[in-house]
Design a protein around this ligand. Structure first.
Ligand SMILES: CC(C)(C)c1cc(CCc2ccccn2)cc(-c2ccc(S(=O)(=O)CCO)cc2)c1
Length: 240
């Protein structure tokens, strides 16, 4: 795998997500259920630093008819970002560090009476093989804030910070019926999705306003993205 200037940081952040995000810690009382819609459950933990809301968000979802590779690919692919992302004014891919690592600069729509925000982050996609060789690989995308010469911080825009991971496992129902996995019909696929996000909005914004925005925007965002992947893949051969 070709190495580049961010390889070490990426390895550290990706391994942290793989170690912590899939722990099922929902029965402890640290997570508060924000929203539930069918199979999708969105939780938050209240966390503030110097009066700035950093509330970690964790969502789990189960989507029929798609593979984890497909979900992660559409989430990572710069070519389709504005097709599913409804919260952005613009998205620019600044640099491709390798075939699995890109750097983005995105301007977010103003979702509250505060100044407009932008983000600059590396986005890394990879497969993670399972212990059981019969299982399909898991897939993960991590979006982690970074700096870049082509994305200078320019007033009045406020630079926000994000650490986001999308981790997907694929379950094949009636697995033993299919010798060739690529002939599995889509109705026998279930994708288990874990989405974690921690955002620092940068600059001050009222905690109650931020929490109301998070409660409204994250469930909408996840529902829209997963529906988009189902619509885009419906007529396509499955991507294992
Ligand atoms: C402060 C600001 C920068 C505006 C901001 C506020 C909020 C919380 C409110 C919210 C939740 C969901 C969608 C939009 N806004 C979320 C995000 C955010 C959402 C999603 C991702 S991503 O999943 O990596 C997809 C990237 O295209 C990154 C950052 C950013």
């Amino acid at each position: 795998v070709p190495r580049h200037r961010l390889s070490d940081e990426i390895e550290k952040i990706v391994q942290e997500h793989l170690k912590f995000d899939l722990v099922d810690d929902f029965n402890s009382n640290i997570w508060e259920l924000l929203a539930a819609d069918g199979e999708m459950k969105v939780y938050r933990r209240e966390l503030e630093e110097n009066g700035i809301v950093l509330d970690p968000l964790k969502a789990v979802h189960s989507v029929k008819g798609v593979t984890g590779h497909e979900v992660c690919k559409y989430f990572w692919d710069p070519a389709v970002r504005m097709e599913w992302e409804g919260t952005l004014d613009s998205s620019r891919m600044l640099e491709a560090l390798s075939d699995d690592t890109l750097i983005f600069n995105q301007v977010h729509k103003r979702v509250w009476p505060a100044a407009q925000r932008d983000t600059c982050f590396w986005s890394h996609i990879r497969s993670v093989s399972k212990e059981n060789k019969n299982d399909l690989d898991d897939w993960i995308v991590v979006n982690y804030s970074t700096t870049h010469d082509s994305a200078p911080i320019k007033e009045p825009m406020i630079r926000a910070w994000a650490n986001v991971a999308l981790i997907c496992s694929t379950i094949i129902l009636n697995r033993d019926k299919y010798a060739d996995l690529s002939s599995v019909p889509r109705e026998n696929l279930v994708c288990k999705i874990t989405y974690v996000a921690q955002v620092n909005p940068g600059g001050w914004a009222p905690a109650n306003v931020l929490r109301a925005v998070y409660k409204r925007e994250y469930p909408k965002f996840l529902k829209r993205f997963t529906q988009y992947v189902m619509d885009k893949t419906k007529k396509l051969p499955i991507l294992l």
